[in-house]
Design a binder for this molecule. Sequence first.
Ligand code: SF4
Length: 319
Amino acid sequence: MAAPPAIRIGVSSCLLGQAVRFDGGHKRNPLLVETFGRFVEWIPVCPEVELGLGVPRETLRLTRTADGEVRMVTTKSGRDITAQMREWSRARTEALAGEGLSGYVLKKDSPSCGMERVTVSGGSGAALRTGRGLFAEALMARFPRLPIEDEGRLSDLRLRDNFVERAFAYRRLGALFAGRWQPDDLIRFHAVHELALLAHSPAIEAELARLAARGTSMARADLEIRYRDRFMDAMATLATTRKHANVLRRMAGRLAPLLGADAWQELQSNLEDYRLGLAPLVVPLALIRRHVRRHRVEQLAGQVYLDPHPTELMLRNHA
Ligand code: SF4
């Protein structure tokens, strides 16, 4: 069977090792290049180089004017390039809409690419880490529900899990709505994502189930927009041990009639170890996956929760 096409993710070029930084250097990130790179088709963008600032170049900074406006200026010569960067970012993000992206990884702290806590000088005097890079700002405004993270936050295992799961979910959602979908397609899509959604937000899962069931009683375009937005809102809510434990218990309940006493005891002990933080999520999940396959439990076999992304990414490996 042919491998599925790689997932397309936008990225700050310097994170891939491209020598595009102001000093001719790069910020190659081994996690992105070596681990994610096996599954991802990167779409690299360096805003400062694409804007024509060259390599090497004068550094940039964000500064706040007396009336509170954030401007982008060159550090030594003080040239204000806010208008150029904003205009270029608007056009570039519009072009990215045709790239089929399922996520984006930005370089932290950059006045162009940083998504949060970028240093802004001026104003009251003190430099505050309250800014957002101008390209990142345009990107997040153009794609408000696209999974976007910076490489610093991806070193947090829970945020990394969440980003990857969201990116693959975003791609599946895009594939559903790319075709001439029917209400039954949405019901099926929701059914296989039920447990994944419950691990993130039981409240939004219930809301989405009601939406999916509305079928032809709602204009398809409205249904698509509301389902799409709330689905990604749910996936952006961080899963917790408690919510995962509830989902695992629910799956165990469906397996209960099929398991002998020893297998049941082993499963219960796995669930308890996970709940107490003594074992990572992959441990009970691997056991449940084995039982689901061995006993051909159709109700669970198609659940995305069991296989949300390539196992080689070694996610869900933290307690
Ligand atoms: S942080 Fe962004 S603008 Fe700066 S070098 Fe990297 S890709 Fe280019």
